[in-house]
Design a protein around this ligand. Structure first.
Ligand code: SAH
Length: 512
């Protein structure tokens, strides 16, 4: 008999992918099926195994979610097929997450399960807004309450008289539509009308929205602002601590929306830096790196590698593929003994260094021109140079080296192609130019980005969005494609690009 799989009921946390547990991530990485709800961020789903089947069971806008019975049946069905299932839920699975129901159903059907608690939005969302749910001398208790109870219900399951005055901080989930009813009940049961209240939407995300008031005026404020669910409602004296404790809003890039167009595999360092500073980093991978299927030219270069005087690496990708291939041909870096290495810039230098190779030369200017200037004097006529790089890279480098009498073997390791999978709502947002900055880190990110969104939308960008390019070649390509380039750092690195954006934003760049 086929062995049944296990179902992992995993809490995915409140939104910020950094608030997902290590245990949850480990199980997600190895599950064959992922069944997930609304409010699970794409970054977390990206941890799923590439081969895994992803099934969405949440509510799409306007549509209904899959009924609970069908979700239960689906969990059992997949487990009975012998597959391990990651059942991902927002926040914690046992806090208004119907995790208990699913676990009971699994037990009844003889399916093994594990529970992985998550950080619940009930505590984390207020925390990200600078509101502690307890505070010495202010509040010694808190409760998490459903805000979903129908006002028409004859007998309330919520004991309003007890919670209203008996508990310090009250956190309502799923309550925005019922706000008026909730507030009326609290007031009727004796809670002071001056009690502070906060509503927090998209909590822990870089675009979290907060509205504060008191039991007396919050309903009117929410109406006026047309504040939309889903959100959390926090009622209690600790809400006013936000005046002193708000912290995210103090971050340098708070409020900045920045588009990152690099290939997914390379985007992470820039994305991370942006979010660390409180900015909304939007991943829009316009290119994918595709390894050249036929690498026989590289293998033949390996076979005579010691005949080369220099190897020039002009990208991190080239380093990675070169060394991967070396390894898969059963060779190691000792083969490179005696061959001098040039790296185009610090990132390429660092990647080589990670792999145990210290480049002999890094030009001060991180461009092909920089390499030519720096190597020009060192190269003797007849020197042999290996240039492993991307298809379509600029010809200037091999040409200038040849003019100096060098013999250049250009070997194509990879090409960049246009990404096909872009989420439609993100695409619409971008076409309207609804971001503050767009970053281009190579000419191919520019050309492929334009291919994806369509040239007709570029005018939307120039009026609203600041265009940041890593260096002069990328900037030139951007201009040729109709962009106005606003930002270009003095040094052509990701670090410098990032710092220039920070400087621009601080000096009022796009603050709203
Ligand atoms: N199990 C979840 C709660 C599910 S109920 C948990 O432990 O967090 C769904 C409700 O949670 C929403 O209606 C909203 O009130 C709240 N919620 C979840 N994530 C939120 C977020 N990022 N910001 C604000 N409210 C959130």
């Amino acid at each position: 008999m086929l062995k049944h799989g296990i179902v992992y009921l995993i809490g995915a946390g409140p939104g910020d992918p950094g608030l997902f547990t290590i245990r949850g991530k480990k199980l997600l990485e190895k599950s064959a099926v992922v069944i997930y709800d609304r409010l699970i961020s794409q970054e977390i789903l990206n941890y799923a195994n590439k081969e895994a089947e992803l099934i969405y069971v949440g509510k799409a806008s306007g549509n209904h979610a899959l009924p609970q019975e069908q979700i239960n049946a689906l969990l059992v069905q997949k487990a009975e097929e012998g597959k391990n299932v990651a059942r991902l839920k927002g926040g914690d699975p046992f806090v208004f997450g119907r995790g208990g129901e699913e676990a009971l159903y699994l037990r009844e059907h003889g399916i093994a399960f594990e529970i992985v608690p998550g950080i619940t939005s009930a505590i984390a969302v207020p925390a990200y807004a600078g509101i502690p749910v307890t505070h010495r001398e202010a509040t010694s208790s808190f409760a998490v309450i459903t805000g979903h109870e129908k006002p028409s219900k004859a007998v309330s399951s919520i004991q309003w008289d007890k919670i209203s005055t008996g508990i310090g901080t009250l956190v309502f989930l799923m309550g925005v539509e019922n706000l008026e009813f909730i507030i009326a009940n609290l007031l009727a049961a004796g809670r002071s009308q001056d009690t502070p209240v906060a509503l927090i939407r998209r909590g822990t995300y870089p675009d979290q929205e907060i509205i504060t008031g008191t039991l007396k005026d919050i309903v009117a404020k929410v109406k006026k602002a047309d504040f939309q669910p889903p959100a959390i409602i926090v009622v209690g004296d600790t809400v006013s601590l936000r005046n002193d404790l708000q912290w995210r809003e103090n971050k340098t890039l708070w409020g900045a929306k920045i588009l990152v167009t690099r290939a997914r595999a390379q985007a992470s360092s820039l994305l991370e830096r942006i979010s660390d500073q409180g900015g909304a980093a939007i991943e829009f991978p316009s290119i994918e790196i595709v390894k050249e299927p036929d690498l026989s030219a590289l293998r033949s270069a390996f076979s005579k590698i010691n005949n080369y005087d220099w190897i020039i690496f002009t990208s991190v990708n080239a380093v990675d593929i070169f060394l991967e291939e070396l390894r898969s041909n059963n060779l190691d870096i000792r083969r490179l003994l005696g061959v001098k290495i040039c790296a185009i810039g610090p990132a390429t230098f660092a990647r080589l260094a990670e792999r145990g190779l210290l480049a002999d030369v890094v030009p001060p200017e991180y461009l092909a021109e920089g390499i030519i200037k720096e190597l020009g004097a060192r190269i003797k006529p007849g020197d042999s140079i290996l240039l492993p790089r991307a298809e379509g890279a600029r010809k200037i480098l091999p040409e200038k080296l040849q003019e100096r009498g060098a013999i250049v073997d250009e070997v194509i390791l990879y090409r960049t192609v246009t990404t096909s999978h872009i989420n439609q709502s993100l695409m619409d947002e971008i076409r309207q130019g609804l971001v503050d900055y767009i970053t281009f880190t190579s000419s191919s990110t520019v050309t492929n980005f334009v291919k994806i969104i369509g040239t007709e939308y570029i005018t939307n960008f120039n009026s609203r969005v600041k265009v940041a390019c890593i260096g002069p070649i990328t900037a030139q390509t951007a201009r040729e494609n109709g962009f106005t380039v606003d930002i270009m750092p003095d040094q052509y690195t990701i670090d410098a690009l990032f710092n220039s954006i920070v400087q621009d934003f601080k000096s009022g760049g796009k603050h709203i």
